[in-house]
Design a binder for this molecule. Structure first.
Ligand code: SAH
Ligand code: SF4
Ligand code: F3S
Length: 475
């Protein structure tokens, strides 16, 4: 049994990061284990987890499992979990409750836990004591070992816990079953070394480690050959890409430039930490048309006092300066979105008003807003969580009102304009419509024939709502 260890997870040493290319191997004994069997995977959390699930799916399909969207029909269920807030935990445990019932009627059902919750000591201890009926737990560092872990669980018929809490390596060569045929996630780095005081990610994802340029560019060239139109470069702090290289001088600006030169039609990147955003990066984004005019730039709070307690290492003033610089160089039409936490320990009405002031100044295109949730093991969890739930909810509501106002205002400005949209799916609104995103990441529902799927087409915007636009093709 290999249990997670937060003390180990917290360590950052100078140990060399290895790029391992031959680690994904399927043991002969289980290479057909999934024949006539179905798997179900449920993903919680961020884009990184979405992409990890694409890898888990590909591994299971290599083992000949086929996918089902209905967990009650599955022979193997994997929950790829998120630990960022308490409600992510609750969702997972709620689902496990339902699965436990199912397992009572289907004793051969295999159930596994993956993702960031698996990296938490307290979660794994709870699984070991109260969820013995589960079959396996693996973490974010050893997805490529899933065949071996599954084999062990099948053979031992006991709960198999295999979670590493090391700083992590860069594992290449894991297959991926991508959810979309047109846009793809591409990891450029793993882990995080920022240790914002409220955040669990540095403990669940390990040290910041960048993939080698050639591996990233080869992956993107391959995607272009397969017909992909858009890539999103993924990392917790993409702007810090390359900072961990020892003898190579190559950073995010260099990478953006090289990705732009692949001529893939659209390039996005998330998430940008304001701290590492350089002027050179902004220049490259401005210069290349295929780098989207969309920046997700989490601010978290508008109060310098709270930003300091959060360990964010920038001030409200330096954030606004960066914001204005981006707008100046990329143009007013570029869209900037953010993340904000309300109710951080010690947040007063004045602190919260500073956040509202910042939002009124920046007028974000949209924002993800959250109530602070203490995460065990983080420095903020030791601070007094002294804002009542009632006040937290009130602040969240008030903040959302303002955020929504600006989101609608930005969308209204697009009515009557013609903008390129990558049509990627049938619309959730109506089967006769397609849905896609503008270069600035606005959702558009378009009256269009299915032949336009996977194409970037000019769309005239006819109506604006808070979270989406309507449009028609204008060729
Ligand atoms: N790496 C990204 C964010 C990753 S987590 C960055 O640094 O910007 C996504 C968002 O979840 C964060 O931006 C933050 O707003 C929110 N979040 C993280 N930890 C949280 C916590 N303990 N409680 C509430 N929200 C949290
Ligand atoms: Fe978490 Fe901060 Fe790292 Fe983002 S930068 S993942 S918020 S520790
Ligand atoms: Fe959640 Fe882990 Fe992502 S905690 S937000 S799944 S990195």
């Amino acid at each position: 049994m290999l249990k997670p260890d937060f003390k180990e997870a917290k360590k950052r040493t100078k140990k060399e990061i290895k790029v391992l290319k031959n680690e994904y191997v399927i043991p002969e004994k289980i290479k057909n284990v999934g024949i006539n069997k179905k798997y179900y995977i449920k993903t919680y959390g961020c884009q990184m987890n979405e992409h990890d699930s694409e890898m888990i799916s590909a591994i299971l399909e290599d083992l000949k499992y086929t996918k089902t969207e209905d967990y009650t029909c599955a022979d193997l269920i994997i929950l790829n979990t998120c630990a960022i807030r308490e409600n992510a935990h609750n969702k997972t445990f709620g689902m496990l409750g339902r699965i436990k019932h199912l397992k009572q009627t289907k004793p051969n059902l295999m159930v596994g836990l993956a993702g960031c919750m698996s990296q938490e000591e307290s979660v794994v201890n709870k699984i070991i004591s109260d969820y013995k009926w589960m079959d396996f737990v693996f973490g974010t560092h050893n997805i490529h070992k899933l065949p071996q872990i599954l084999k062990q669980a099948i053979e031992s018929k006991q709960l198999e816990v295999n979670v590493l809490s090391n700083e992590g390596n860069v594992i290449e060569g894991i297959p991926s079953k991508r959810a979309s045929k047109y846009k793809a996630w591409v990891n450029i780095m793993y882990g995080c070394d920022k240790f914002c005081t409220y955040c669990i990610v540095p403990y669940t994802r390990g040290k910041q480690r960048s993939r080698m340029k050639d591996d990233i560019i080869n992956e993107i060239n391959d995607l272009i050959k397969q017909g992909y139109k858009e890539v999103t470069l993924l990392g917790q702090n993409v702007n810090a890409y390359g900072k961990d290289f020892k003898n190579i001088s190559y950073n995010m600006k260099d990478l953006l430039l090289d990705v732009a030169k692949t001529k893939i039609e659209r390039i996005r990147f998330v998430t940008s930490h304001p701290w590492d955003f350089t002027d050179e990066m902004i220049d490259v984004i401005a210069k290349y048309d295929n780098i989207c005019n969309y920046i997700h730039l989490p601010v978290q709070s508008g109060s310098n006092r709270i930003l300091k307690l959060m360990g964010r290492r920038y001030t409200k003033e330096s954030y606004i300066e960066l914001y204005n610089k981006i707008k100046d160089k990329l143009g007013e039409n570029c869209s900037i979105t953010t993340d904000i936490i309300v109710g951080f320990p010690g947040e007063t009405d004045d602190d919260f008003n500073e956040t509202l002031k910042l939002v009124n100044e920046c007028k974000f295109d949209s924002a993800y807003t959250f109530i602070y949730s203490p995460r065990e093991g983080t420095p903020a969890a030791k601070m007094k969580d002294d804002v009542s739930l009632e006040v937290k909810q009130k602040r969240l509501y008030q903040l959302n009102e303002v955020i929504n106002k600006y989101a609608k205002m930005k969308n209204d400005k697009l009515v009557g304009k013609t903008v390129p949209v990558l049509l990627e799916d049938v619309s959730e609104k109506s089967k006769s419509m397609l849905a896609g995103y503008t270069d600035t990441m606005k959702l558009v529902n378009v009256k269009a024939d299915k032949k336009y799927l996977g194409k970037i087409v000019n769309v005239k915007i006819t109506d604006a709502k808070t979270w989406s636009l309507d449009g028609e093709i204008n060729e």
